[in-house]
Structures are given as C-alpha cells and as structure tokens.
Write a protein that binds this ligand. Structure first.
Ligand code: DOR
Length: 433
C-alpha cells in the first residue's frame, strides 16, 4: 500500500514511542513517516492542515467482532473496517467467535484475504484456543499463528476446565502469542444478565456477580504464572480483577489487560431503563468498579483501551432484556467516550494515545503505535473539541446497538491514514484505497 507525499501541518504531535508532545509537521512519503519536526517546508503532494488537532499513531483496537465469516447481517470485514477508520483505528484485532470459529488456518486465511480486498483498516485475526470454542480440545496453535493469528482466545466463552486452560497456556509458549481470556465463571454467572447488586434487585433481573470475573482472573493468573505464559485479560470490569492484575504484575507475572470504553464510562445504573443496548458480557458494574477501572487505566495496570465492538441486529436486540444477546458496538465512539478521562485530568493525552495505540501494538507484537521516522504511516488526526451528535444509523457499522445513540459527543477522528493512504476524512467520508 504505497502512497505519494502527504504533509500533515501544524498539529500537536503525540507519539508515546518517543515521548514527543509538541506542535510539529509530519511528512509522509511512500507509505512511511519520512520526517517529523517544526517548520518543515512543504513542497509537492497533498497538505492536511492539522492546526488544533492531535496527530497520533493510528489506534489499534485489540477487541473487535467483525462477524465474518458467518454473521454478515450484523457486520462484515468491509463495514467493520470502515467503522474502524472512521473511529481513528488503523488496525483491528478480530475475535475468533465467527461462524465457523477461527479455529483452523483456512478460516484465518479467508479473513486475511477478505481484509486485503475489502478493509481500509489493517485486520489482525485472533485464533481460537480450543476447537469450536468448546473449551475441550486445543487448536493447532502454531499453525494458526503461522497463518497470521496474533493471539489466541475463546473470547465470548470461558474455558472452564482448568486442566485444558493449563495446557493452553503451556502450548502458547510454542506459538509465542498471548492467550486472551474472557474471565467469567459460568457456574457463578448462571442466568445473570446484569451486575448483581441493588440494580439487579430493582430491575428484577438475575444478577451476574463480580466474583465470577475475579475468581477467574485469579485462576488464570496462577495458571499463566505456572506456565510462564503471556495472559491478556479481556474487558476487565471489576475492582477485584484490577487489584489482582496489579499484584501479579508486581511479582513478575507476564500479564497485560484491556478495558472497554463502556466499562470506563457507564455503571449498572445505565441498565435501569431495561435498554438492551446496555447489556454486555461482562456487564456494566458498580460505581466502585468503574472508578477502579479508571484508576487502573491511569496507573498502567490496564494497558489498553479496547472496544469489544460487538454488533447485533435490531431484531436481536429489540426483545426482552433476558433474551437479547450481550454486546455493544464501539469503534465509532471510543475516541469521544474515552477522551472524557483526559478532560477529567485522569489521563494525560500522551498516555491516552499509549493505551489506544502503542501498548496494543506491543501486546500483539506488531508494528504500530509510533510516529518515528521510518515507521509505517498509520496515523490518526483527532479533533479533541469537535462536538457532534452520534446517530448509529448514520455510522459505518451495519449494526446500531450502541448505548450512546442520540448523545452529544466531544472529540472525533477527523482523518485516518493507513500505510500512508488517507482512508478517512471527516468531510469526505471513507476513501477506499
Ligand atoms: O458482550 C459481549 N459480546 N461480550 C462477549 O464477550 C462476546 C460479544 C459478542 O460476540 O457478541
């Protein structure tokens, strides 16, 4: 994906990989960053005026459900890729719970092939850890990674059998990738659909207790430590899990973790209207849990912000709360929702970018998250002040299941480049290469 010459002029360049935070110009040439500095003299090529905007390495979402193959009525690689770049993401990591599951190199190759043809964003598949995500028989991990998978996970399903989980961690050492875990003990969740507590009592809905997550994170930390493996905890939602991860990291366990925009911004109170667009797994938690997630993100215990973009069709969500599938879309709203932490002075701009870009790249061992000279020109321009009303029907995702519908948003990605090609411009829309 080569490009001509693009000058990005006068923006606030935020690059966690070098610590740069200053107003500067940036020259993109042949798909790479060719120069960064104040007062570069533009000559030839396209000019993007970035005064007032933040110029950052393109965001990398570690947790996206693209639904292809198998459930293209919810999303596909093309629509998900467009939603990604419109949200400032130059790359997405797509989860294995497709139909069929990505438990075989042929599925991985299919996803990568479709992505090359259809997606303006880079797509990095996650392979299943067990066949059919059934939690019983391990996949051919090395073959999946050789085919292009960047991590392994049964996300959406928890591997309940501790013996299987131990072997998954042990064999992941050969594949040299992280095991991403969906930490919810099914025997404690049972029929729970909202956080167990005063809100579930008021709603009269079965509760999903926070201990279901905490106990599983404890087990997985111990098993990963035993195997010397890399555990990546998906969508952390509880104060207890944040605390366990912090302490495990201190004693040297190779653990990384992510948190979603919705768990940083909403509590279970948001479910009081029975809106199924506030139903997700794990559920929205208490104020204490949300505060602990924000603090964990700020102190670096939680390495990454990942959306868990989980599209579901209107007819699937427009049912009783107990019958609706869990999940919300998030690619097009992650920037404004999480900028709230910057506005609240809980996260410096450079640290916000680190958690959306530099850290995710490190976790999957892929290039990205850097604006250093010579790096691939995956870049986002963010206007942190721009106000807009979010209407999912006007977005790029095929689905509309967002808790933010109709809300005023502050901040958005105004341009996204992938490999030096401008693929998103807020005035012109998605520009396919
Ligand atoms: O809310 C969720 N939805 N959580 C998951 O782990 C799976 C996801 C989905 O695939 O819909």
């Amino acid at each position: 994906m080569a490009s001509g010459r693009i000058w990005i002029r006068g923006g606030r360049v935020l690059d966690p990989s070098t610590g740069r935070d200053e107003v500067a110009d940036l020259l993109v040439e042949d798909g790479k960053i060719a120069a960064v500095g104040a007062g570069l003299a533009a000559s030839g090529g396209e000019v993007l005026e970035a005064a007032g905007a933040w110029v950052v390495p393109g965001f990398i979402d570690l947790h996206v459900h693209l639904r292809e193959p198998g459930q293209e009525y919810k999303e596909d690689i093309a629509s998900g890729g467009r939603a990604a770049v419109a949200g400032g993401f130059s790359a997405v990591v797509c989860m294995a719970n497709t139909q069929p599951a990505n438990d075989d190199p042929s599925v991985t190759e299919y996803i990568l092939d479709r992505a090359r043809q259809e997606s303006p964003a880079r797509v990095y598949p996650v392979g299943a850890a067990t066949r059919g995500l059934a939690g019983e028989v391990m996949t051919e991990m090395v073959a999946l990674v050789d085919a292009g998978c960047v991590a392994l996970s049964d996300d959406g399903k928890t591997i309940m059998d501790s013996g299987v989980m131990r072997r998954v961690f042990e064999y992941s050492q050969l594949a040299r990738v992280a095991i991403i875990t969906h930490a919810e003990d099914r025997t404690l969740v049972r029929e729970g659909v909202v956080n167990e507590g005063p809100v579930s009592t008021r709603l009269g809905l079965p509760g999903n207790p926070s201990i279901a997550e905490v106990i599983h994170v404890a087990r997985d930390l111990m098993l990963a430590e035993l195997a010397g493996a890399h555990l990546h905890v998906a969508h952390v939602s509880t104060a207890g899990a944040v605390d366990l991860i912090r302490r495990a990291r201190e004693r040297g366990v190779h653990v990384t973790a992510e948190v979603t925009p919705h768990h940083l911004a909403l509590t279970d109170e948001a479910t009081l209207g029975y809106d199924t667009n506030t139903k997700m797994a794990p559920p929205l938690r208490s104020e204490t849990d949300m505060r602990a997630c924000r603090a964990g993100l700020a102190d670096g215990t939680l390495d990454a912000i990942a959306t868990d973009h989980a599209p579901h069709a209107v007819h699937e969500k427009d049912v009783e709360f107990t019958a609706a599938p869990p999940g919300v879309i998030g690619l097009e709203t992650a920037v404004p929702v999480t900028l709230d932490l910057v506005r609240a002075n809980e996260l410096a701009p450079l640290e916000w970018v680190r958690r959306l870009s530099t850290n995710p790249a490190r976790i999957i061992h892929r290039a990205g998250g850097s604006l250093a000279v010579g790096a691939a020109a995956d870049i986002a321009l963010v206007d942190p002040e721009r106000r807009w009303i979010y209407d999912p029907a006007k977005g790029f995702s095929k689905s509309r299941n967002s808790p933010w519908a109709g809300r005023e948003m502050i901040g958005c990605a105004i341009a996204t480049l992938v490999g030096g090609v401008l693929v998103w411009d807020v005035e012109r829309g998605v520009l396919l290469p």
